[in-house]
Design a protein around this ligand. Structure first.
Ligand code: SAH
Length: 385
C-alpha cells in the first residue's frame, strides 16, 4: 500500500532525474551535499565547486574534478550522474536554426530551438511546460493539453544540451554563439514561475552558465498578477504576446484576456520594475490576415502603448497543420510596421526561422499526453515486474 502512495506522489511531483546534478541550482546542490552528510559550511563549498565544474566547464564526469578529493569524487560518481536528458530528435534547418526534442521522462517531451542571429549573437528558445493550458487560437502548442510543468533543472538542461552541441564550454570562452535565452517555447512561463525563477538564477550565475539577466527574456500571454513579481524575482526582460488591441478580439484569440483584460494587463506592465529606455518591454504581434492587421489597429496599438518603453515584434503567422488562419500579405505587414515606426517605436518584422523543420514561433508541439496517476502507477509496476 505504502509503495502505491509513494508512486502517486512522485508522479504528481515528477522529480525527473532527481539524482542528476546537471542543471541543479546552487542551493539544491548544497542540499544534496548536506544529504551526503557534509557540514553546512563544507557542503556550501562543495556545491560551489560542483557548480563550476558542471555549469562553467560543462563536464559530464566526476573524474575530471581535480579540486575534489578522490574518494569524494568516487562517492559522488556512485550516487549521482551528470548526463543530459535524452534527445529524441535533433533537426537543423537550411537557415541554421536547430531544434531539439528532449525526453525529460518517458512520455514527457518538450522542444527547444536555437536561432542564430546575423551578427555574433544567437538565442535559445526554451520551453517552460510540456503542453499548455492557454488555447491561443493561432498557436500549435495551444492544441496540446498541459502535460506538466518542467522543473528548474529540466529548463536549464535545455541550455546544457545546446551548449554541448555548439561546443561552447567553458562559459568564459570568447565569441559564444549562444548569447540570449528566450522563454518563448512551449508553455506559459508565468504559470510555472517558481521553477522559471530558479532556472534564471542558475542561468545567470556568473560562475556557472553566465548569461546575464538582461539577456534573458520571459514572454507571457498576459498572466497580469504575476508580471511585476517576475521582474522582482528574476530581473529578466519582459515580452508580452499582445496580438490584439481590443478586448473583444483578444478575448477570442488569446483567451486568457477574458480573465485579465487589456486594462488590467497594462496596469501590470507599467508596474514592471526598472522600465526605462534601457529596459523596454517587447510586444509580440502575430500578423493574421484580415483578423488583426488593419492600419486602424496599428494606430490603436500606438495609442495603447503610450507611456510604455516598448519595441514591437511583428511576427508573420507561421502555419501548422489544420491552423485556421493565413499570414497577412507582406505589403500589409510593412504598412503596419510603418505606422508603428513613425510613432517612434522600433518595429522589426521577425523573419520566420526554421519553418522547414517546424521550429518557428507557434509551431512547437510534442506528442506527449498527460497520463492519469493510475496509468503512471500501472506502467511503473509493469516495468518493475
Ligand atoms: N505562453 C507564452 C510563451 C510562448 S511564446 C506567450 O504566449 O508569450 C511563443 C510566441 O509565439 C508567442 O508570442 C506566441 O503568441 C507566438 N506564436 C504562437 N503561435 C504562432 C504562430 N503560429 N505564428 C507566429 N507566432 C506564433
Amino acid at each position: 500500500m505504502k509503495v502505491e502512495l509513494d508512486l502517486t506522489r512522485r508522479a504528481a511531483e515528477a522529480p525527473a532525474a532527481a539524482r542528476n546534478l546537471a542543471g541543479m541550482s546552487l542551493p539544491a546542490l548544497k542540499a544534496e551535499m548536506e544529504a551526503l552528510g557534509l557540514e553546512p559550511k563544507k557542503a556550501g563549498m562543495r556545491a560551489k565547486q560542483l557548480r563550476r565544474w558542471i555549469h562553467h566547464f560543462g563536464v559530464q564526469e566526476f573524474d575530471g574534478m581535480t579540486d575534489i578529493a578522490k574518494d569524494l569524487r568516487a562517492d559522488l560518481a556512485a550516487k549521482y550522474d551528470l548526463s543530459r536528458p535524452e534527445i529524441t530528435e535533433h533537426r537543423v534547418s537550411v537557415d541554421g536554426t536547430q531544434k531539439w526534442l528532449t525526453r525529460f521522462q518517458p512520455g514527457v517531451e518538450g522542444e527547444s530551438v536555437y536561432i542564430p542571429d546575423v551578427g555574433k549573437s544567437g538565442a535559445l528558445c526554451v520551453s517552460s511546460q510540456v503542453g499548455c493550458t492557454l488555447n491561443c487560437t493561432f498557436c500549435h502548442t495551444g492544441t496540446q493539453k498541459l502535460v506538466r510543468n518542467l522543473t528548474a533543472q529540466e529548463i536549464v538542461a535545455q541550455i546544457l544540451i545546446a551548449r554541448d552541441e555548439l561546443n561552447e564550454w567553458p562559459s568564459s570562452m570568447e565569441n559564444r554563439k549562444l548569447t540570449n535565452i528566450v522563454f518563448m517555447g512551449m508553455g506559459e512561463p508565468l504559470y510555472n514561475l517558481d521553477n522559471v525563477a530558479e532556472a534564471i538564477d542558475t542561468i545567470s550565475d556568473g560562475d556557472g552558465i553566465a548569461l546575464g539577466r538582461r539577456r534573458i527574456t520571459v514572454s507571457t500571454a498576459g498572466v497580469a498578477p504575476k508580471i511585476p513579481e517576475l521582474g522582482e524575482r528574476t530581473g529578466a526582460m519582459l515580452a508580452i504576446s499582445l496580438h490584439a488591441v481590443r478586448d473583444d478580439l483578444r478575448n477570442e484569440i488569446v483567451p486568457i484576456n477574458k480573465k485579465y483584460d487589456l486594462q488590467t494587463l497594462f496596469e501590470a506592465i507599467r508596474a514592471y520594475p526598472d522600465l526605462g529606455n534601457s529596459k523596454r518591454v517587447t510586444f509580440e504581434y502575430v500578423m493574421l490576415k484580415g483578423v488583426n492587421d488593419s492600419l486602424a489597429e496599428a494606430r490603436d496599438l500606438v495609442r495603447l502603448l503610450r507611456g510604455v518603453p516598448a519595441k514591437i515584434n511583428l511576427i508573420p503567422f507561421n502555419p501548422w497543420p489544420g491552423s485556421p488562419y493565413e499570414c497577412s500579405d507582406w505589403e500589409t505587414i510593412e504598412a503596419f510596421a510603418e505606422v508603428v515606426n513613425r510613432a517612434g517605436y522600433a518595429s522589426p518584422i521577425r523573419t520566420p526561422r526554421g519553418r522547414d523543420i517546424f521550429a518557428a514561433c507557434g509551431q512547437l508541439r510534442s506528442e506527449s499526453v498527460k497520463k492519469s496517476a493510475a496509468e503512471v502507477r500501472r506502467e511503473k509496476l509493469a516495468a518493475e515486474a
